[in-house]
Design a protein around this ligand. Structure first.
Ligand code: BDR
Length: 317
């Protein structure tokens, strides 16, 4: 049984990833920790509960994390995910925030890892603020984890938020720096360019969204805005391949739940640029080993998309 903590800023692709996680075989979600990011923390909390409600899994504990980055100014991805993070469609039946656990996200991560040493895989699909604080509170936290999977950063200085920066890293560069520096557990990174290259064709998404279930109807409703944006010529120009929809967070999650999902990767030490005028928040790959870091991250280069399609179909059943 794989034990997971999901650190999220739900978000359309985070919602898809969560739906895969709750339907993946042999996976137990020990907690969901919420962070600012795609939308405000309050919306993220509400969105997480909305997704869990659709999946009939409100039993999974949800924890409140940080509502702003460590030092940077707060920013959200409202253009793409909608102001509320889930496409701005009203949901009068959304569960109330009274369902949240009292413990704060960083403390919850530490407790779960302490109780399950060496067994917990942490999947981070948000800015890394909660993870950065957790390791400051307990420097031994990463050693208690089995692995860390991150959606974030970039490998070819191709940004989606700044000239060179990917959203999750740009939204809290200091946190990303701390995490890449201090998490010495096996660390897998699904960076922006890889996600773009792995976009899945529109014909797949059209078929997927027409699945005749309550979950598919929900996902169709919340994805309409971002899919419209992603289909536009202007957006397609921005992405590397531009041939379909890129469900970024889903790649990190799928890699965490299925050991055979990654088909090609490379190991390299990485860090985050904190100072540059155009490059703040950009992930830096240390191929020449000038940083003398012992720890190398596994950069995901390609994955089994047929497996992913099966996971996505299972997620909406
Ligand atoms: C990342 O930023 C967010 O908008 C997505 O949810 C994903 O986590 C892509 O840069």
């Amino acid at each position: 049984m794989k034990k997971l903590i999901l650190d999220v800023d739900i978000g359309v692709d985070d919602a898809q990833a969560l739906m895969i996680a709750v339907t993946a075989p042999d996976v137990e979600i020990l907690g969901i920790t919420c962070c600012h990011g795609n939308t405000s923390l309050d919306n993220v909390l509400k969105n997480t509960l909305r997704v869990l409600q659709v999946c009939n899994r409100l039993d999974i504990p949800v924890y409140k994390g940080f509502s702003r980055p460590l030092l940077a100014s707060k920013q959200h991805a409202s253009d793409y995910h909608g102001k509320d993070g889930l496409g701005d469609v009203p949901d009068p039946d959304a569960p109330g925030l009274d369902l949240l656990k009292k413990k704060k996200a960083a403390q919850a991560m530490l407790k779960i890892a302490r109780e399950n040493p060496g067994e917990v895989t942490l999947v981070a699909t948000a800015p890394l603020t909660n993870l950065a604080v957790a390791v400051q509170l307990d420097p031994s936290f990463p050693k208690k984890l089995k692995a860390l999977y991150i959606m974030g950063g970039n490998t070819d200085s191709r940004g989606n938020t700044t000239v060179c920066g990917e959203f999750n890293f740009v939204a809290d560069p200091e946190a990303a720096y701390i995490v890449l520096d201090r998490y010495t557990c096996p660390t897998y990174i699904a960076a922006w360019e890889f996600c773009c290259r792995s976009s899945i064709s529109w014909s797949f998404w059209d078929e997927w969204l027409s699945t005749n279930t309550k979950k598919a109807a929900f996902i169709k409703k919340i994805s309409t805005l971002s899919m419209k944006k992603a289909r536009s010529a202007e957006y397609q120009k921005e992405v590397v391949a531009g041939k379909g929809f890129n469900p970024c967070d889903v790649f990190a999650l799928a890699a965490a739940v299925d050991d055979g999902f990654i088909t090609e990767s490379e190991e390299v030490a990485v860090t985050v640029e904190l100072d540059g005028r155009n490059t703040r928040g950009m992930m830096v790959m240390d191929y020449m080993e000038q940083l003398k870091k012992d720890h190398k991250a596994v950069i995901i280069k390609s994955v089994d998309l047929e497996k992913l399609k099966k996971m996505l179909f299972r997620a909406v059943q």
